[in-house]
Design a protein around this ligand. Structure first.
Ligand code: KIV
Ligand code: ZN
Length: 511
C-alpha cells in the first residue's frame, strides 16, 4: 500500500479549463518541468483527443519528464484512449485517466444512457485501456450526485475491468466534508478485490470546500489528491494543491501520511502558474498570497518578534517565500546580479545573462531599489518575448488634435520580418491597439485590460494583462515595462502571437 499521499496535478488539464486561460506550448512544458521540480507524483498533461495542441503538448511533456508520471484524459471512447496511448507512449511512466458520468442528471440529460449502458461502457473502455496501460485510473464523473448503490456498482465494474485507481470527482463542488469522507469509507468497504486499489479525491470549489473535502477524503483512506496550483480551474476552481501539501505537513500529527512535495519550491511554482495563467493570486490566499506571512497589528508584530511561533504556524522559508531580500541597485555589478539569479533559482546561459544584465541596468537607472519581484518580472518579460512569435520592435505616439492620439507600431517576427501600421484613437491605448488590429487583421475583441504594478512605489514597472477574443477563442497576453503604453502594446501583441501560434498548431490536425 502506498505510504505517502500522492499528488496528482491537473493544472494543465482541469486548470486550463479556467475561462481565459490558454497556456502556450512552451508554457505547458515549463509548467510541467516546474511541477516535476515541485515533486508531484502525476501530471495530467491534457486531453489528447480534444485538440492537436493538447496532443502535441502531452507528447512533448511525456518525452521531457524523467521521474513524474504523465497522464492523459480520455472519455469512454476508444479513439480517446488511442490518443492518450499515442501521446504518452514515450513517457517514463505513462498513465491514463478514463471517465464517464454516472449521476442521474448526467445519464439522462447529457449522455442519454441507461445505468446498464453506463456499466457496459465502463467494462468495455477500462479493459480496452488496460491493454495499453499497466495502471488505469477511472472516474465516475459527478460521483457525489450519483446514487450511492449505483456508484458502488460503477466502481466495482471498473475495478473488475482492471482499474487500479478510482478517482471520486465532486464535479460540481456539491459535497461537504463528512459526506465526501463517508463516500470513500463506503467504497472501500463495499468494493471487493484482491488487488491494491488507490482511492483518489478530485474536488471543485463551488462552495469553497474543495480543500476541506480533499482532507476529509484523506481521513477516510484516500491516498491520492487531485487538484491544481493556486486552485485554478473551471468556475470556482479545483482544490489548491499547495494548501493540501501544507495541510499534510503542518498537521502531520493528525494526517500522518505526507506528500512528496518539495515544499520550498511552492512559491516559485505558484508564481509561474499565476504568471502564465494571467491570474494574480489574491493577497490573502493561504500559503502563497502576498499577505500570507505578513503581520499588520502591533500585538501580532510584537509577538512574532519575540517568537515567530506566536502567530506563524509555518515559516515563509518553508514554502520558498523570501522575506529578507537584498535589493540590487544601480551600483550592483555583474557578480551581484549573477548571484541574485542563482538565489532566485534561475539557471541562465552566459549569453542570456549578459543581455539580462543590460536590461537590469536600464531598470536600475530608473528605480532606486531593484527587488526580487523586479528580477522575476525581468526574466518573465524576456521569456515571454523569446517565446512569442511576434515582438514589439518600436512604438511611437503622437498627440494629433481634438483629443486624438496617433500610434505607429512596428512588430518583428521570429525570422526578422517587420510589419508596421498606424492608427488614431480617442486615447493612447486605443490608438496603439487600433494600429495592432490593422497589422493582424483578425477581428479582435478586447475582453479585459488590467494594469498591475510589479512592486510598490511610483517608480514601479507596469505589468499589463489583456484578454482578447478572436473566433470565439480567448487568449491572454502580458507585457511588462516601465512605460505603461509599451507594456500595453507588448501584452496585446503577445496575445495575438499566442492566438496565431495556437491556430497554426491546430491547423496541423486537418493537414
Ligand atoms: O470534475 C470532474 O469530474 C473531472 C473529471 C474529468 C474527472 O474533471
Ligand atoms: Zn474536475
Amino acid at each position: 500500500m502506498s505510504s505517502h499521499i500522492q499528488i496528482f496535478d491537473t493544472t494543465l488539464r482541469d486548470g486550463e479549463q479556467t475561462p481565459g486561460v490558454n497556456f502556450s506550448f512552451d508554457e505547458r512544458l515549463k509548467i510541467a518541468n516546474q511541477l516535476e521540480k515541485w515533486g508531484v507524483d502525476i501530471i495530467e498533461a491534457g486531453f489528447p483527443a480534444s485538440s492537436n495542441g493538447s496532443f502535441k503538448s502531452v507528447e512533448a511533456i511525456s518525452k521531457a519528464l524523467t521521474t513524474t508520471a504523465v497522464c492523459g484524459l480520455a472519455r469512454c471512447v476508444k479513439k480517446d484512449i488511442d490518443a492518450v496511448y499515442e501521446a504518452t507512449k514515450e513517457a517514463a511512466k505513462p498513465r491514463i485517466h478514463v471517465f464517464i458520468a454516472t449521476s442521474p442528471i448526467h445519464r439522462d440529460s447529457k449522455l442519454m444512457m441507461s445505468k446498464e449502458e453506463v456499466l457496459a461502457s465502463i467494462t468495455e473502455h477500462v479493459s480496452y485501456a488496460k491493454k495499453y496501460f499497466d495502471l488505469v485510473q477511472f472516474s465516475p464523473e459527478d460521483a457525489t450526485r450519483t446514487e450511492l448503490p449505483f456508484l458502488i456498482e460503477c466502481v466495482q465494474t471498473a475495478v473488475d475491468a482492471g482499474a487500479s485507481v478510482i478517482n471520486v470527482p465532486d464535479t460540481v463542488g456539491f459535497s461537504y466534508p463528512s459526506e465526501y469522507g463517508q463516500i470513500f469509507k463506503t467504497l472501500q468497504e463495499s468494493v471487493k478485490t484482491d488487488r491494491e486499489v488507490i482511492y483518489s479525491a478530485h474536488c471543485h470549489d463551488d462552495l469553497g470546500l474543495a480543500v476541506a473535502n480533499s482532507m476529509a477524503a484523506i481521513e477516510n483512506g484516500a491516498k491520492r489528491i487531485e487538484g491544481t496550483l493556486n486552485g485554478i480551474g473551471e468556475r470556482a476552481g479545483n482544490a489548491a494543491l499547495e494548501e493540501v501539501a501544507l495541510g499534510l505537513y503542518v498537521r502531520q500529527d493528525h494526517y500522518g501520511n505526507q506528500s512528496k512535495i518539495n515544499l520550498e519550491e511552492t512559491k516559485q511554482t505558484s508564481d509561474l502558474i499565476a504568471r502564465f495563467a494571467g491570474i494574480r493570486v489574491p493577497r490573502n490566499k493561504a500559503i502563497v498570497g502576498q499577505n500570507a506571512f505578513s503581520h499588520e497589528s502591533g500585538i501580532h508584530q510584537d509577538g512574532v518578534i519575540k517568537n515567530p511561533e506566536t502567530y506563524e504556524i509555518m515559516t515563509p522559508q518553508l514554502v520558498g517565500v523570501k522575506t529578507t531580500e537584498l535589493p540590487l541597485g544601480k551600483l550592483s555589478g555583474k557578480h551581484a546580479f549573477a548571484e541574485k539569479l542563482i538565489n532566485l533559482g534561475y539557471d541562465v546561459e552566459p549569453e542570456e545573462q549578459k543581455a539580462l544584465f543590460k536590461q537590469f541596468k536600464t531598470i536600475a537607472d530608473k528605480k532606486k531599489a531593484v527587488t526580487d519581484r523586479d528580477i522575476h518580472a525581468l526574466i518573465q518579460g524576456t521569456e515571454h518575448e523569446q517565446n512569442a512569435i511576434y515582438q514589439v520592435e518600436t512604438l511611437q505616439l503622437q498627440f494629433v488634435s481634438n483629443g486624438l492620439q496617433s500610434a505607429v507600431v512596428v512588430i518583428k517576427d521570429k525570422d526578422g520580418n517587420t510589419y508596421q501600421d498606424s492608427s488614431i484613437g480617442t486615447g493612447s491605448i486605443v490608438a496603439v491597439y487600433n494600429a495592432i488590429d490593422r497589422i493582424f487583421d483578425l477581428n479582435t475583441e478586447l475582453i479585459e485590460y488590467r494594469i498591475d504594478s510589479v512592486t510598490e512605489g511610483t517608480d514601479a514597472q507596469a505589468e499589463v494583462h489583456v484578454q482578447i477574443k478572436i473566433d470565439n477563442q480567448i487568449v491572454t497576453g502580458v507585457g511588462i515595462d516601465h512605460d505603461i503604453l509599451l507594456a500595453s502594446c507588448k501584452s496585446y501583441v503577445e496575445a495575438h502571437a499566442k492566438y496565431v501560434a495556437n491556430s497554426s498548431v491546430e491547423e496541423g490536425i486537418h493537414s
